[in-house]
Ligand binder design. Sequence first.
Ligand code: MOS
Length: 727
Amino acid sequence: MKKQAVGQSMDRVDGRLKVTGGARYFADHQPEGMLYAALVCSPISSGRITAIDATRALRAPGVADVVSHLNVPPIPGYKVENPNPKQGLKIFYDDRIYSNGQPVAIVVANTLERAVYAATLVKVTYAQEVHQTDMAGSIDKAFQNKNMKDYQRGEADAWKKAPVSLEAEYNIPIEVHNPMELAGIIAHWETPDKLTLYAKTQGVKSVQQSLKTLFQLPESQITVHSQFVGGAFGMALRIWPMEVATIIAARKIRKPIKLVLTRKDMFTLVGYRPAAKQRIGIGATADGKLTGITHEAIANTSPYEDFTEAIVNMSRMMYACPNVNTHYQLVSLNLSTPVWMRGPGEATGAFALESAIDELAHQLHMDPLQLRLINHADTDPEKNLPYSSKYLKEAYEMGAAKIGWQQRSQTPGKLEENGWLVGYGMSSGVFGAGRGRATASATLKADGSLVIRSAAADIGPGTATAMVQIAADATGIDVKKIKFLLGESEYPEAPRQGGSSTVSTVGSAVNDVCRNLQQKLGELATANIPAFKDLKVENIQHEDGQLVAGNTRLDYAAVLQQQQLPELMVTTTSQAGDERKQYAMYSFSVHFTKVHVHPATGVVRIKHIVSVADSGTVVNTKTARSQMIGGVVGGIGMALTEEALIDHRFGRYVNNNYADYHVPVNADTPPTDVLFINKKDPVINPMGAKGMGEIALIGFAAAVSNAVFNATGKRVRDLPITPDKLI
Ligand code: MOS
């Protein structure tokens, strides 16, 4: 028997293509006759467009057209009446300006430089109205929509009666995904009712679905290509108005058009992690048993869409606490719509909850790890269900040993190394382990190679590599003879790559289609091949890519060759069953940090990180480690450096570039130990793999702020923890 492929540290199947420039990202495509687009964006943050004069732009060299609400051809989907007024920004629909940076026109020319120049010649006049971009100024207008349900178990605000309690407010600023690859699209109407797109997306099928409604075209008339994506972190989970603008212009001009955003536009046109103000009330008995948690959150959204996420949900289920209530509201600001950003709402909520747990531990004179163990939830307290698997206690133990937790001083400010204050901090993270529905096709060729297709995405974690490993184990075919193809809308349906569920969802489809392929091969053999003729299909064994019956072994390829079949294809849809109603399924993480804080300057240096994941079976230890480190780097940014700053007088970002918006660089990223529990979840899916992408980041910021408190005795409740907050 071959060595198992799942669990190996296999190199990425597309690694060579990526590092040699052979991988083609959306902007690398070049349809014949392609033109280039540049956006004209609003410099005001609220009001109306009173006039657009494109005369000079249209006279500039190479300009094909300037499209705005004044000359946009009818968009079929815009006519559909929707009773919900908050249905998103309909680009070029009317003269309304909702936020700074909103596109008001798209300029198309035969070179990028000409498009960019002509965009400067478009003269737009506005009637400005009062805007609000500061959450503090809008708190009194906070609201809940009908999807935002309050939660209560036991008594509300029970923490107020606890022997030991605290109430604190935690704030996070707007954070921007800022993947290296810029967003954009190439739109090409091959005929008036046949659209081809090269997109940067986390889901080709989802793009197809959105446009199907907007342009009222059958699915088969929309082709979306997105084989390589240079990072996304959630910003490519939906289609954005700038993409629709490009598609509209391409339809009007009847030429393929490419739009690539500027880095500045990445702050206003493709979502962001919303700012959030959170209040936690938490109480415990003197010996550390939690008696009540209240978690309230207010986050921002845009004027034209309600974006909600799971900010308060972790507080409902993380700890065994009899009394919990949560309340979540939105405020509309003159900003574009937020979107999920890695870890999404859970990362926001975990900062508040896991900071509050640390604060409570300090009040109780108790080790915060001990407090977490005392309140460990053995069954899910929200759903009242057993966990499909949970190795959180093991994760605490492994992480504590690795970071040297016993060196931590319970009293803050006690440790010093070379003139720097030393602190240790920890936090937990949790994220629902999902499994959706996906379809995959498997094509076995007469040469014994196997090609599997599914319209999945790979925004970086190494999807195809993991899928090849899963298929190798399911079929016994060598990994080198298996290809997994993704990122094409014509492939069998798969959901977006989001919510840490690709391996679970698409991996299950890959596993199941391989099983069905074996079934088909068995049927062929028993029907046609003498050595197998007297057997039942279910009595045939499968080993190393061969059919086995007693001493007779036959290569899969030989079955096809003997039948003179060039290939054999099967397609299978796979989804979760009732097990999801019987178990609570979550991935867990634990983050430990050791920090240095410079007493005079307030500079924080993270010296050592240990992140432990309970994410079920680890399919590929190399890509999984990279995935965890990526989450940690995002967490360092959230904790210490990332903050999109708005000048509220103008409602405009002031640090909308890589120089002023500080994502962590190598020098900010210390040695990081990634540890895996790597125990199969017996329930969730055939591989036993839970998700990993989100737990890599969720909780991390609290592990840093808790360490900073341990070093200095200063509690920073407003991220990021910049030096000015410590001196
Ligand atoms: Mo992730 S925030 O689900 O792309």
